[in-house]
Design a protein around this ligand. Sequence first.
Ligand code: ADP
Ligand code: MG
Length: 265
Amino acid sequence: MSILRIENCSISYDEDKYAVEQVSLDVEEGEIVSIVGESGSGKTTLIRGVMGLLPSGGQISGGKIWFKDRELTAMTEAELQAIRGKLMAMIFQDPGLSLDPVNRIESQYRESIRTHNKRLSRDTCRDMAKKMLKAMHLTDADRVLRSYPIELSGGMKQRVGIAMGMTARPLLLLADEPTSALDVTIQAQVVREMKELRDTYGTSIVLVTHNMGVASYLSDKIGVMNQGRLVEYGTRGEVIFHPKEAYTRSLLDAVPKLGGKRYGE
Ligand code: ADP
Ligand code: MG
């Protein structure tokens, strides 16, 4: 069974213009699917729609979204809340913004764990946090937990954000440009770590990125969005080596070559 199934989904912010138009796609268990497209193509709107977290004015105006056998688009806000953070989690682009600057990481981490499990002790929360921080290669987890966000680098903050999202072991992780604010070398590390998370926990990941290079590095499937439409969707090999659309080819041509090679082949 698919973990996520989007059927003919349209999302609009005002009556006569679609930000997302008739998008259909499937994400299987343990699969990494990248959604690639230029700024304004509707990527953020699509995954916010999946989470039921559209900004005010945004609404799903057509189609259905399924999480396993449950229809998200038919759920009440309370039902969605019970799923959000626990079965599916979202990671945002700016790692600083989702962290509170005046609280140490440990208390924020504990608060996030307790949203879905109020009775866990401080020690249990700390152990859970340390385990996931280590999975994200933050080896000095004790120091990270004692720190305020300002004491951590951008890459470390994003790893903390991903670790927090992963602690409840969601089945689906939706990541909106999680590496775009980071330096290129750190980007590559974080992307590699996300892939490891999938390998370890079997989490399905939807990665939104404007960077075809990032998508080609870690995806099983790639979707290309242009002006609200999913213009191409297929396996990594199909999209990279046999793209159907000229638009996809133009995104591929924009990927810089590394040492004469493009996609690590
Ligand atoms: P992307 O993430 O690919 O850059 P977005 O989903 O942010 O694209 O935007 C898709 C379209 O929706 C754009 O035309 C954008 O102007 C519009 N849009 C995004 N957010 C809002 C909002 N809060 N209110 C009105 N329009 C929005
Ligand atoms: Mg966006």
